[in-house]
Design a protein. Structure first.
Lengths: 229, 240
């Protein structure tokens, strides 16, 4: 008879499984990176500027990131849905909510990994001012944004489990849910990307963190109802 | 609610709406800046407040469904969201008309109330898409309830962020009211209009709830009459 396992351990096991799967197949991160890079190139010509700073720079960084995140969110439960993985998970002694928590953590890791490549490439190709002096502020805002996007992505992908129109639903639900997070990130990054290290207004990172926490609490309330057979 | 109660609520709605509009046109004073155009305030703002309350009530019913599994709670959440969606469209339209008459433009991105409602509209517009793309009725109700809770939590955050990101352009009429600056006739008219719109909203919700529950009962009776819904009797199974 199998022993019940704790939420944290179950979450960690699923995260490890997903990251191992991604390391072996290596299909999601390259796709997200290519989409983000393509969008940066597109923005160069759409804005008709060789270099951007301030408001434009913040937008030009966040739009590719959002589009790449949409790809990742759409694939969040792909492995589980193709092999009846949700049912198999529910047969295991792990708590149901751990699956959603693991997907949120996994998406956060994927987004951070993507940004490790995306931010230097963006700075090299499109950003006017040097990113070096403001890197800590940019990293802080992006980490908080990743947390908010990961929670939103996990929640929306969880809602769409079992839906016939998952590919259609996920983008149209993620974008409006992400708007407050993106507005906050834009407002936080715009003065920073004018290369003013002291320009970060602390209320915007606070709003991002609060938004992620509120949606995280909602996710914890509804998780067990979303992951059911 | 009984049919008699619904009839009384309908009469009350009609009376309040008539009194409210009577006060708007014949009692409330003309605004010194905007003149007659400002009268749309008595429709736009109550609609906005009632719509927001409808979304929050839907979140509460969604939460109740997840806790109790009572299909009536899921139906109430559905109806409150549906009615609030209609109200949200009316808020966007009346806001656009107010903007066009007051500032000469249908839309302003620095107007937080309208922009917040646009975001809410975008979120709640996906509710039916989500709901009706899930075949299993129980899973459908669970996902719809979880959506109602998540979107309900989104409502205050959305308003806070959009207000923080924009300068205030809309006349701060309710702030003035809180500071005691709203003239008495304006305040009385506004409160009656708010009561009228709220009563009308509740009446329409009750009508839709009655219509939906009657439809479900009728379908159930039709299935039973056609024999589709009849399970084999316990005695028949035992004899077999």
């Amino acid at each position: 008879m199998s022993r019940p396992i704790g939420s944290l351990r179950a979450t960690w096991l699923v995260v490890r499984k997903d990251l191992l799967l991604e390391r072996r197949t290596f299909e999601l991160l390259p796709s997200m990176g290519l989409l983000a890079l393509g969008t940066i190139a597109l923005l160069r010509f759409a804005l008709d500027q060789d270099e951007v700073s301030g408001d434009l720079a913040a937008g030009a960084l966040l739009i590719p990131l959002l589009l790449a995140a949409l790809l990742g969110i759409a694939r969040l439960f792909a492995a589980e849905e193709s092999d009846a993985g949700v049912d198999q998970f529910l047969l295991s002694p792990a708590p149901a909510g751990a699956l959603l928590a693991a997907k949120i953590v996994g998406l956060f890791v994927v987004l951070v990994t993507l940004e490790v490549v995306l931010v230097p490439v963006f700075a090299l190709l499109l950003l006017g001012p040097s990113i070096g002096p403001v890197l800590p502020e940019v990293v802080l805002v992006l980490l908080l944004l990743d947390a908010a996007l990961a929670v939103i992505g996990g929640l929306v992908a969880g809602l769409a489990i079992g839906s016939r129109s998952r590919e259609l639903l996920i983008p149209i639900m993620v974008v409006p849910f992400a708007l407050p997070a993106l507005i906050s990130a834009q407002a936080a990054l715009a003065p920073v990307l004018e290369q003013d290290p002291g320009a970060l207004v602390t209320r915007w990172p606070a709003v991002l963190a609060i938004y992620a926490v509120i949606l995280g609490l909602v996710g914890s309330v509804v998780a067990e109802f979303l992951v059911e057979d | 609610m009984t049919v008699r109660g619904l009839r009384l609520l309908s009469i009350l709605s009609v009376v309040l709406v008539a009194v409210g509009f009577g006060l708007v046109f014949f009692y409330a004073p003309l605004d010194t800046d905007q003149g007659f155009r400002q009268k749309i305030f008595y429709l736009h703002v109550p609609l906005g407040i009632v719509g927001l309350c409808g979304f929050i009530v839907a979140a509460w019913h969604g939460f109740r469904y997840l806790r109790t599994g009572d299909p009536a709670s899921d139906l109430r959440a559905y109806v409150y969201i549906h009615m609030s969606q209609i109200v949200a469209v009316a808020v966007l339209i009346t806001g656009g008309i107010w903007g066009k008459t007051a500032w000469g433009t249908w839309w302003r991105w620095d107007e937080p109330f309208l922009v917040s409602f646009l975001f809410l509209f975008l979120i709640y517009a996906t509710y039916q898409v989500l709901r009706f793309s899930i075949d299993d009725p129980q899973r459908q109700a669970r996902a719809a309830s979880a959506f109602a809770i998540a979107a309900g939590a989104f409502v205050p955050v959305n308003f806070t962020v959009v207000r923080m990101a924009n300068q205030y352009l809309h006349p701060r009429t309710l702030d003035n009211a809180a500071n005691g600056g709203l003239p008495g006739p304006v305040l009385v008219t506004f409160l009656i209009c708010f009561l009228a719109i709220a009563t009308l909203f509740v009446t329409l919700v009750r009508y839709e709830l009655l219509s939906k529950s009657t439809t479900f009962r009728l379908r159930s009776l039709e299935r039973r009459a056609g024999g589709d819904d009849l399970l084999p009797r316990r005695s028949a199974v035992l004899q077999a």
